[in-house]
Design a protein around this ligand. Sequence first.
Ligand SMILES: NC(=O)C1=CN([C@@H]2O[C@H](COP(=O)(O)OP(=O)(O)OC[C@H]3O[C@@H](n4cnc5c(N)ncnc54)[C@H](O)[C@@H]3O)[C@@H](O)[C@H]2O)[C@@H](O)CC1
Ligand SMILES: Nc1ncnc2c1ncn2[C@@H]1O[C@H](COP(=O)(O)OP(=O)(O)O)[C@@H](O)[C@H]1O
Length: 282
Amino acid sequence: MATEWRTWNVDDARAHVRAPLADDDKYSRGVLGVVTGSVEFPGAAVLGVSAAHRTGIGLVRYIGPRNVRREVLARRPETVAGRGRVQAWLLGSGIDPTRRSFLLLGDLQHALADGVPVVLDAGALDLVGTHTAPTVITPHLRELVRLLNAREIPSTIEEVRADPGEWARRAAGELGVAVLLKGATTYVCDPSGNHRVVTAPTHWLATAGTGDVLGGILGALAATHHGELAGDAEALTDLAATAAWVQGEAALRASTANGGGPVAALDIAEAVPGVVGALLAG
Ligand SMILES: NC(=O)C1=CN([C@@H]2O[C@H](COP(=O)(O)OP(=O)(O)OC[C@H]3O[C@@H](n4cnc5c(N)ncnc54)[C@H](O)[C@@H]3O)[C@@H](O)[C@H]2O)[C@@H](O)CC1
Ligand SMILES: Nc1ncnc2c1ncn2[C@@H]1O[C@H](COP(=O)(O)OP(=O)(O)O)[C@@H](O)[C@H]1O
């Protein structure tokens, strides 16, 4: 029987964003720990951290190489550098998995041992299955193929491109985690059989760094919903679909602000507050 994919819409997204209340403080709203970026890709860290702040979060802690840290703080001085308690982790964007130092691997493993929800992207995708915390992986097509082949699940880019939803479903089942498979159509599913699909409202999204922005949005949503996730790990699937929806709408807003013209990844992060505001107002 063909898998039914539920189209994630504005009302679904609205149900998964929240505004702070009178008794909130920065810790109750959620703290996101971020291990992203590298000497090769410092921008990925800036993009993810910026997107997390713009999604609305209590606090972001950043861990990474000194030069990357400097870039992150220059762009987002509200970020706190170094370790501390967090309610969710975003790991791997802008990291080359073949060039991880022992120090970096230690930081990643420390985060994975924390037990709080984890978003695994790019250079941390291969760590899936090394921990038990609620996890969502965010590969694009090539990354999913590499990951599956490394786990002795043979696949080719052509096969996955021909039926991305089915391969996302299979990956969720085999790897035992939620999967967000990126593309013009983004498939989000989990081993429990939740299937969500998000169609991007603009193809200007197909530009460098937009996946890093998506990671930041999703990390922030996971941290701000830590209470709910503690009782219902499957909620991570809906938060992932919401992140993809918000990212798409932010790209559309950023493009519309320029007459329907192109957007760069940071423009999308900057447009996220308008999307969240409109959701909360609706
Ligand atoms: N500003 C930044 O710092 C950015 C960092 N990024 C990071 O870059 C890393 C690699 O991500 P990718 O999605 O590119 O990985 P891919 O798996 O798509 O690419 C892997 C390799 O293939 C090469 N490649 C792919 N398509 C190519 C083409 N059309 N022509 C020439 N070479 C091609 C790339 O140079 C790269 O060496 C990730 O860690 C990601 O987070 C990207 O998000 C782009 C922006
Ligand atoms: N043709 C397209 N139309 C709309 N969105 C797209 C298209 N191609 C990719 N995307 C979206 O753009 C983002 C690209 O992410 P990714 O491949 O990780 O790039 P990067 O590593 O440069 O950030 C994803 O959110 C994906 O869903």
